[in-house]
Design a protein around this ligand. Structure first.
Ligand SMILES: O=C(O)CCC(=O)C(=O)O
Ligand SMILES: [Fe+2]
Length: 275
């Protein structure tokens, strides 16, 4: 029988408790992670850009990304510049608290890796199972934890419309172990909930068996600040918009150097944001 994912109530939990569950289980559903007003606002902010975007990759960086990112999936990055609600989500106390607890032992500060709207459409096939830390696959184990992430459900996630596949406990497995079908759970959750998971946890998008339902998720991840992030946020988020954002968001977007890494004029890039 498929494993059931652990669940906690986001309105009634603290980040330390959540980090402890993640260290044990590798993934957990946080219910009520976004309040209903913020959820409605975010969906409204995203509706028009989604409506004008075709499914599939526009400019693949590599052939293998075409299937990985999905041919019937609308995927968009640059989220901090597109949605004020997303900027608030970047400061979500549970996600930042988990990053503080689990990433700060491995870095001076962490960094925004990527944020993506992932809207899985009718007919989409299952994404192949992977660890997001495979993005840095040249770095072989043993390695420290590099990434913590959350997939926020902006619509209900169901088995039929593409709820994320997740393998609980797989963050503790040797790299070569493959999950059996009865080890794969599904992140069934209502809109406003989020799947929190580690970069080392095996997971993948689900297949969409419906005729007309789009599964809309908003993904957000943080990585140790000495790693090259997946998204090139300096180009996806206009600097004039960054100037209007909270200081902590500016730091997370890479305008804070990681000691000597990511410098401008051999110093802090934060000066670029001063008028
Ligand atoms: O869409 C999903 O549920 C997961 C997507 C994912 O894991 C990815 O693109 O790395
Ligand atoms: Fe993934």
């Amino acid at each position: 029988m498929a494993p059931t994912l652990e669940r906690i109530d986001g309105t009634d939990s603290d980040a330390h408790e959540l980090a402890a569950v993640l260290q044990r289980a590798g993934a957990v559903i946080v219910e009520n992670a976004i309040d209903p007003d913020d959820l409605a606002r975010m969906n409204a902010e995203l509706d028009s850009v989604v409506a004008s975007t075709e499914p599939g990759l526009r400019n693949p960086s590599h052939d293998r990304m075409v299937d990985f990112y999905g041919k019937s999936t609308i995927r968009l990055d640059g989220m901090p510049g597109r949605s004020a609600g997303f900027v608030e989500l970047m400061l979500n106390p549970l996600l930042c608290g988990v990053a503080d607890t689990l990433l700060l032992p491995n870095c001076d500060d962490y960094l925004f890796n990527t944020g993506q709207l992932i809207q899985i459409g009718p007919g989409e096939t299952p994404q192949f199972l992977h660890r997001d830390e495979d993005a840095w696959g040249f770095y072989k184990a043993p390695k420290p934890l590099l990434e913590v992430e959350a997939m926020f459900a902006l619509t209900d996630f169901t088995i039929d419309n593409g709820a994320t596949q997740v393998v609980p406990g797989s963050h503790l497995w040797p790299a070569e172990r493959q999950p059996q079908s009865d080890e794969i759970g599904r992140a069934e959750m209502s809109a406003g909930s989020a799947l929190f998971y580690l970069g080392s946890t095996i997971h993948g998008g689900g297949e969409n068996l419906t005729e007309d339902e789009w599964r809309r998720g908003l993904f957000l991840g943080y990585v140790v600040g000495w790693l090259r992030a997946e998204e090139n946020s300096f180009l996806t988020v206009p600097i004039e918009k960054v100037k209007t954002m909270p200081t902590r968001v500016q730091e997370l977007l890479g305008y804070k150097a990681h000691i000597g890494i990511g410098v401008v004029d051999v110093g802090s890039p934060m000066v670029m944001l001063a008028d």
